[in-house]
Design a protein around this ligand. Structure first.
Ligand SMILES: [Zn+2]
Length: 113
């Protein structure tokens, strides 16, 4: 269970305003390592992100770098898997924007909202 309710979490309030677009970066998408649910790093980012445990919204399993497609190599964590247009892991980064359910997934250069 999360320690924060939605209303206590300032990031959630901010996110709701942006939510109209339902845009996610392909780098930030992952699949829960426990149940396979789609997870987004932006659901978890925030001031407390480094200290907080990240729990899957579906199964409440603890999400690690594995759920976000990172591999911890000698030079630090690197993204090695991406969620593709079929909603499954792919080891090749998608090159075109695509739609995943209600989410527009952006592949291009980083944009800050
Ligand atoms: Zn899960």
């Amino acid at each position: 269970m999360s320690d924060w309710t939605d209303d206590q979490n300032p990031y959630n309030r901010k996110r709701r305003r942006c939510k109209v677009y339902d845009v996610e970066r392909v780098e930030g998408l992952g699949l829960c390592e426990h149940c396979g649910a789609l997870v987004s790093i932006s659901d978890y980012a925030g001031d407390d992100a480094m200290n907080a445990k990240w729990l899957c919204g579906k199964c409440k399993g603890e999400l690690t770098h594995v759920s976000f497609g990172f591999d911890k190599g000698a030079r630090g964590a690197q993204k090695v898997r991406w969620v593709g247009p079929d909603g499954q892991w792919t080891d090749k980064k998608p090159t075109d924007d695509f739609q995943l359910g209600a989410i527009q997934v952006m592949v291009g250069p980083e944009v800050f909202y």
